[in-house]
Design a protein around this ligand. Structure first.
Ligand code: NAP
Length: 506
């Protein structure tokens, strides 16, 4: 067991607020989830607020059952406190009086204090000595992280600029009992969670506002990722993309794992350099992953084998990592398009227009042609439309002809209409001469194009229908089980509707 306990008690909720009142409110929220709570005294806007908050803490019954860790980080160490190192120690000692069992002391402060200061200072609670590097991951060996200077535990928080950086931090955490490893930044996010599996004594999560780059909220860390349940046996999946922050896939897949009680986690990997990710697969223990923009084509060169259809399409959106470490690719976008359309249309012999000629259009063109549809492709670069038509067995069509041509279905495969430019439509109303319209855009749920289609009496299919179908196929491929589809869909729809409501309010 680590120094802060086990299970959910290794999730440290971070309370950071400008006023004592708000900080107290956050403490109450935090304690509903975990008993380990960091109090960022440096975020309180004045000494008066710090005093008021610690008075509240001393009186509150909360302090008796919780494991509070006080932090009053100075600016030099990346915090908000403007006082001297001596003043920092005064606040940490007051925090001990108020019931805090631990304090976080940054190495910059320790260096300014006389040698042996910690050992001789009985007024401080137990010390977590922290080292922050916001610009990079430093080269540190376990030997340099011994509990010198009287610290009871050591924390190293460093920005991961590559996945290899995150792995270096994970290696440090492995096997050391009193160490907290915190890879920071969006690239470091998966490792921030996986550090718990490697033995990090804590993972931090803000109750409200993030206090460090790449933090995941307390709610997400415990409910969505169930990070406190990670063990060496937990199977790791994820999505590789750039950008990845808006991906709905973690919510979709993790909901499936939670409902079916599969010991697995699905993480968002921000991947800039594909080779960096592929090299990290064995050490991160990744068993499968989704691939999206911009890696769908580039991933092909790392595969040991590829499903024939995906090879023909020339794009892979799903990878299974075999036990021998070999990567096997497939394309479930293909199934997604067919699933979204089949219930509305008999595809054999139907006329389907694809607007756009990128990766998703490629999967759709092959899928529809394979199912016997006559595929038309219209793109702003006519050469790309002609090229796709040639390889997939379709017909390129000029934009100027759309007003006078009718189709059974039209599919928008461009990102036009996606948030934040949700007011835009890729096609004008008089270019929509069809019975069925599928808009591949998933955010917002109701795009401008779908609205126009409904006004024209066209059957409108939102992008999430395709997203659900391709995602279910991935989930089932990885787990070998039937996906709990209704729960997975409901979680994503709830999220999209909440986003829509919040956009309308602002
Ligand atoms: P991509 O490879 O980048 O292709 C995008 C296509 O859209 C290209 O043909 C591009 O033309 C065209 N385009 C971009 N902006 C345009 C504009 N303003 N006017 C006209 N054409 C424009 O991307 P992708 O992977 O195919 O993805 C396309 C969209 O489908 C994205 O929104 C993606 O999220 C969505 N998608 C959804 C699902 C789902 O499950 N619902 C699955 C896959 C993809 P140029 O080549 O001239 O730039």
């Amino acid at each position: 067991m680590g120094v802060f306990g086990r299970g959910v008690h290794r999730i440290c909720a971070v309370v950071a607020a400008a006023t004592a009142k708000e900080a107290a409110r956050q403490v109450r929220r935090a304690l509903r989830v975990t008993s380990t709570v960091e109090l960022r005294l440096d975020w309180l806007r004045s000494d008066a607020e710090r005093t008021a908050f610690l008075d509240w803490l001393r009186r509150s019954r909360a302090a008796r059952r919780a494991n509070f860790l006080a932090t009053c980080r100075r600016r030099e160490g990346g915090g908000e406190f403007r006082g001297s190192p001596e003043r920092e120690l005064v606040w940490l000692a007051r925090a001990k009086d108020a019931g805090c069992r631990w304090c976080d002391l940054e190495i910059e402060t320790l260096r300014r204090l006389p040698k042996q200061a910690l050992r001789q200072n009985a007024s401080l609670p137990r010390v977590l000595l922290s080292l922050h590097r916001f610009d990079r991951t430093p080269s540190l060996s376990k030997a340099t992280l011994g509990n010198e200077n009287g610290a009871d535990a050591v924390k190293i928080a460093a920005t991961a600029r590559t996945i290899a950086d995150s792995i270096r931090l994970l290696r440090i955490a492995r096997g050391l009992k009193n160490l907290v490893a915190v890879p920071m930044g969006e690239i470091g996010l998966p490792a921030r969670l996986l550090a718990l599996r490697e033995g990090s004594a804590l993972a931090y999560a803000p109750v409200a506002q993030a206090t460090a780059p790449g933090q995941v909220s307390l709610e997400q860390l415990t409910s969505l990722y169930r990070a406190h349940r990670l063990t060496g046996r937990t199977r790791v999946y994820g999505v590789i993309a750039n950008p990845v922050v808006h991906s709905l896939s973690p919510l979709f897949h993790n909901t499936g794992f939670a409902v079916r009680r599969v010991d697995a986690i699905y993480l968002p990997f921000l991947v800039d350099d594909l080779r960096d990710f592929v090299h990290a697969i064995p050490e991160l223990g990744v068993r499968g992953f989704s691939v999206t923009i911009p890696h769908k084509q580039a991933i092909l060169r790392y595969l040991a084998d590829c499903e024939p259809l995906a090879a023909q399409i020339g794009a892979v959106n799903t990878v299974v990592v075999r036990r021998d470490g070999k990567l096997i690719g497939s394309n479930t976008d293909y199934l997604g398009v067919l699933h979204a359309l089949r219930s509305k249309l008999r595809l054999r012999g139907s006329r389907v227009l694809l607007f756009g000629a990128g990766g998703a259009a490629r999967a759709a063109a092959f899928a529809l042609a394979h199912d016997g549809a006559h595929v038309f492709i219209c793109a702003r670069r006519e050469g790309r439309a002609r090229e796709l038509a040639r390889v997939a067995g379709g017909e390129a069509i000029r934009r100027s002809l759309l007003r006078s041509t009718s189709f059974d279905a039209i599919i928008n495969t461009t990102p036009v209409g996606m948030v934040p430019r949700q007011g835009a439509s890729p096609l004008a109303p008089n270019e929509l001469n069809c019975r069925v319209l599928l808009d591949m855009v998933t955010r917002p749920l109701e795009t401008e194009l779908l609205r126009i289609a409904v006004r024209r009496g066209i059957m409108a299919i939102p992008g999430v229908s395709m997203f659900f179908a391709q995602g279910v196929a991935q989930w089932e491929l990885w787990t070998g089980q039937r996906a709990p589809r209704p729960a997975m869909e409901a979680a994503v729809l709830r999220q999209l509707r909440a986003e829509e409501a919040s956009r309308k309010r602002n």
